[in-house]
Design a protein around this ligand. Structure first.
Ligand code: SF4
Ligand code: FES
Length: 261
């Protein structure tokens, strides 16, 4: 496949309190084997050569595991390739001469820092509210001393695959974080290690999610459709069951989140 020339419309915003706009650029000599982020590197090298400011965007692992890359490509969080992070999206999925819009996640709880970079520390605060096991379980036991059924282990692993990227929030018209929080609550609720703090965890994480300003879930499934790890919305149903049980049986766990910024 020959190299391509693409027309880009990139969101440029100098800072959180300054208005942004879509700026046109041309991406020349783009190999179909490049990743989307490598294509942006080529554009940035051209901008730097001309003495212009490079486009700011986030990335770290380039392997689809860290959840840092966060671009809305042609209106779709992580772009048009299903089950793929934008760092793993290859330019062969686009065609020569195509116009590609590139925007940041858009949600009140994820304010723009600069250009395509957003602040996702709201997710960190939700995890800090309860997304862990703090009971002392001693040293690591042999793998077969705590038998866990295959079906349960597989379900927990499916939930644990969430990389915390925030695409689910960016795709949702309500900017809901239910899929992310549902996955994090589920993977611990399903395992015996998570049992002791199970309901306290659900109450605290949901309260923090609400305090951060994420919206409610209207069950339309855009989150599942764009999730690069294809986390199913059954995690949301499990989160709601866990939360309802926390409130109905343990009223003391009606936490008020206090750490929102
Ligand atoms: S549920 Fe999917 S889209 Fe949402 S944060 Fe986790 S990996 Fe990203
Ligand atoms: S850069 Fe790590 S998931 Fe994309």
């Amino acid at each position: 496949m020959a190299n391509m020339t693409l027309k880009l419309l990139v969101w440029r915003q100098p800072g959180p309190t300054v208005p942004g706009r879509l700026v046109p650029y041309t991406a020349d000599q783009i190999s179909p084997d490049m990743s989307f982020l490598e294509m942006l590197d080529v554009v940035n090298e051209g901008l730097i050569r001309k003495g212009e400011e490079a486009i700011a965007f986030d990335s770290d692992c380039s392997e689809g595991i860290c959840g840092t890359c966060s671009l809305v490509v042609i209106g779709i969080p992580h772009g048009p390739q299903r089950g793929t992070t934008v760092c793993q999206l290859h330019m062969r999925h686009f065609h020569d001469g195509e116009t590609i819009t590139i925007e940041p996640w858009r949600a009140r709880a994820f304010p723009v820092v600069k250009d395509l970079v957003v602040n996702r520390s709201a997710f960190d605060r939700i995890i800090a509210a309860g997304g862990y096991v703090s009971v002392n379980v001693g040293g690591a036991p042999d793998g077969n001393t705590l038998p866990i059924g295959k079906k349960t282990a597989d379900l927990a692993m499916d939930s644990a695959a969430c990389i915390g990227c925030g695409a689910c929030v960016a795709a949702c018209k309500n900017a809901s974080a239910h899929l992310f929080v549902g996955a994090k609550i589920s993977h611990l609720a399903l395992m015996p290690q998570g049992e002791v703090e199970r309901y306290e965890r659900a109450a605290r994480m949901v309260a923090q999610m609400d305090a951060e300003g994420f919206g409610s879930c209207s069950n339309e499934g855009e989150c599942e459709a764009v999730c690069p790890k294809e986390i199913p919305i059954s995690n949301i149903a499990r989160m709601i069951r866990e939360y309802s049980k926390a409130l109905s049986t343990h009223r003391k766990w009606q936490w008020k989140a206090t750490t929102s910024e």
